[in-house]
Ligand binder design. Sequence first.
Ligand code: IYR
Length: 225
Amino acid sequence: MGQYKFIPLRFTLYSPEEQLHRAKEYYKLCNSRRTVREFSDRPISRELIETIIHTAGTAPSGANKQPWKFVIVNDPVLKQKIRLAAEKEERENYEHRMPQAWLDDLAALGTDWHKEFLEVAPYLIVVFKERYRVENGLQKKNYYAEESVGIACGFLLAAIHNAGLASLTHTPSPMNFLRKILERPANEVPYLLIPVGYPKEGTFVPDLQRKLFEQIASFNVPFKQ
Ligand code: IYR
């Protein structure tokens, strides 16, 4: 492996006022994001989806291995296959596999095994994590792949929201059917399934609250609770 050539950092300096303004605006933007479970079939442009994926690909990653793959699905036949396979697993989960405490937590959100959104949303982004890379037929280790792909998905969700689209962070379980349907190689593990589109008109979302600053952060001192 060669050395990287090092180049001068391009870094924008803002005044403290501008920094605070930007931080507050970005917080406002992110705080207005809501997970949506009902989508309209209104189309979105390929260029918009591509640009969003570019943003996800700017995430930091262990040793810059960029251990992510985003499979962008808009073919109705594939979407239907994914829906049927996801519903089969989810039905099993809801009816047999989930413990009562989990079902109780989900009852508050109103989810069930029906996953109509997998066919209705114009795009499904299926995120895969590369457990290892294959170079010249040899398996090469990735580092912190879990963390790296998680961070990339955070960038992805923020980019989707910023573009005026809605998403759902969906985790059918187990997810291996995605590898089979999308014909991915053995080194790729399905990570998240993210329907993207416009919310169905008249969609309601649960009136949930974000935790307070004091509940999620502390300066130096240990948490009180
Ligand atoms: N994956 C299932 C169940 C589910 C689990 C959690 I944790 C959620 O926050 C929401 C749903 C489903 O998609 O229905």
